[in-house]
Design a protein around this ligand. Structure first.
Ligand SMILES: C[S@@+](CC[C@H](N)C(=O)[O-])C[C@H]1O[C@@H](n2cnc3c(N)ncnc32)[C@H](O)[C@@H]1O
Length: 437
């Protein structure tokens, strides 16, 4: 319940800073505030008040104010005495006219103010004017008798548009122009596609932008490997389509995915194409981007934490390190010409990262060993950042056998180089570094 206290008589009982703070809060809400010092309280002084806050910390006064307020039907809060509170003052995120109230039912003011600080960082100052703008649009649509379903479409368009960014940048006139266009119920609104990286698996490794995109999307076309915890960030009305490979089921053909993205965007939807890791690292993001651009669709890429970065991190292996490695090559273990190509890369870079390494691990390690020798340190990390993460370390000579013994599965990433021997031996293999965030 939010209470309108403008011009209402409110009483604060008590002295000192707490009473002053409560008085200030009530004044800010427009109340007509009267402060009664503890020693001046007498039964009867609360008469005519809408709301009372007793900060006196005196059990006898607390008992009397509570009894008087209850008898007169006045809302009272006796500070730090939950049993003598008819209302609780929540922590407030103030983005007027948007207000968010947080209450822990008196259990932990600390948690309430911590959450407030987090929400304040998340919801910037632009949310105030943006809410006011949506309010103006709403009044206008209602006056014109626009049906509710169409109104909702307009609000969704406003929410997912660049209007908030424009307000944040101080470009109020441009924000209003965009809002006016989007508020025309019949106006055709072009759809958009975002190629978004989902990271290696742990939803904590999604970017803030990726989370926002998922929350706003009308459609999310995702790879099979994207975890349910990550998909949980999708908004309640988002349509999810799994277009990835699954055991026993062929993945949707790339052209079919491209066509579907184009079709949905042309219908005016905000579409997220959600891919494991980073969309542009062995993720076919480039092909999708090209098809969308050729079709004239508005497209953005939101990078993700690639397994090429996340897998070594999860195992505590630095990719570069002063005096040990100053160059890095990333490649794939699949594809016909892998052998030659990998040998050249292994010779050229201090650290070599090989994605899609699981199926051909024995061949890959021996091809690389032919160039670097079987003693070169190497590690393989599967399901990095996920609960089932496994790390196996060794040398090019013994890694494949060790991985087989450990029953290491897919998806797996191979890391080769002296960096592997620097930290990994003292690093607890199963630790998920992301959780220390
Ligand atoms: C088709 S590639 C896609 C790579 C992705 N776009 C990226 O940037 O991480 C799939 C390969 O990524 C690697 N990979 C993906 N997720 C992984 C994880 N959680 N742990 C280890 N390797 C992973 C594996 O090598 C897997 O075979």
């Amino acid at each position: 319940m939010f209470v309108d206290l403008a011009g209402q008589r409110c009483v604060v009982v008590g002295d000192g800073k707490l009473a002053a703070d409560k008085q200030a809060g009530l004044r800010e809400a427009g109340a007509d505030v009267c402060v009664i010092p503890s020693r001046e309280y007498r039964p009867g002084v609360l008469a005519g008040a809408r709301l009372v806050i007793d900060t006196s910390d005196d059990p006898e006064i607390n008992r009397q104010t509570w009894a008087e307020a209850e008898a007169a039907g006045i809302m009272i809060n006796v500070v730090d005495r939950p049993a003598q509170c008819r209302f609780i003052a929540p922590a407030i995120v103030n983005r007027e006219p948007l207000l968010i109230a947080i209450s822990t039912s008196g259990e932990s003011p600390f948690l309430a103010s911590t959450l407030r600080a987090r929400l304040e960082r998340w919801l910037g100052r632009e949310w105030g004017p943006f809410t006011a703008l949506v309010g103006r649009v709403r009044r206008d649509l209602r006056e014109r008798g626009v049906p509710i379903a169409e109104q909702t479409r307009v609000y969704r368009r406003l929410l997912t548009s660049e209007v908030r960014d424009l307000i944040r940048a101080g470009e109020t006139a441009a924000a209003q122009r965009v809002a006016a266009t989007l508020s025309r119920p019949s106006g055709r609104v072009p759809g958009r596609v975002a190629l978004v990286g989902a990271g290696p698996g742990d939803p904590g490794l999604l970017t803030v932008r990726a989370r926002e995109m998922l929350a706003d999307a009308d459609y999310v076309l995702h790879d099979a490997l994207v975890s349910p915890e990550t998909l949980a960030f999708c908004g309640p009305s988002a349509q999810l389509e799994d277009v990835g490979k699954r055991a026993g089921r062929a993945s949707a053909r790339q052209e079919a995915i491209n066509d579907r993205l184009i079709e949905l965007a042309r219908q005016g939807h905000l579409v997220v194409r959600l891919k494991g890791g980073d969309p542009f690292v062995f993720g076919r993001g480039g092909e999708e981007m090209r098809a969308l651009v050729e079709a004239g669709i508005d497209v953005v890429a939101v990078p993700g934490v690639s397994a090429a970065i996340a897998a070594p991190a999860a195992a505590g292996i630095p990719l570069t390190m002063r005096g040990v490695s100053s160059s890095l090559a990333v490649t794939t273990g699949e594809g016909g010409a892998a052998g030659d190509h990998i040998a050249r890369l292994a010779a050229a870079a201090d650290t070599l990262v090989v994605l899609m390494a699981h199926a051909r691990l024995p061949q890959l390690t021996s091809e690389i060993a032919a160039v670097l020798g079987p003693g070169r340190p190497a590690a393989v990390v599967s399901s990095a950042s996920m609960p089932e993460q496994k790390v196996v370390t060794g040398t090019l000579g013994d890694l494949a056998a060790r991985s087989a013994d450990a029953e290491l599965g897919s998806p797996a990433t191979l890391i080769v180089g002296d960096v592997v021997a620097q930290v990994a031996s003292r690093h607890r293999p199963m630790v998920d570094l992301a959780r220390f965030g």
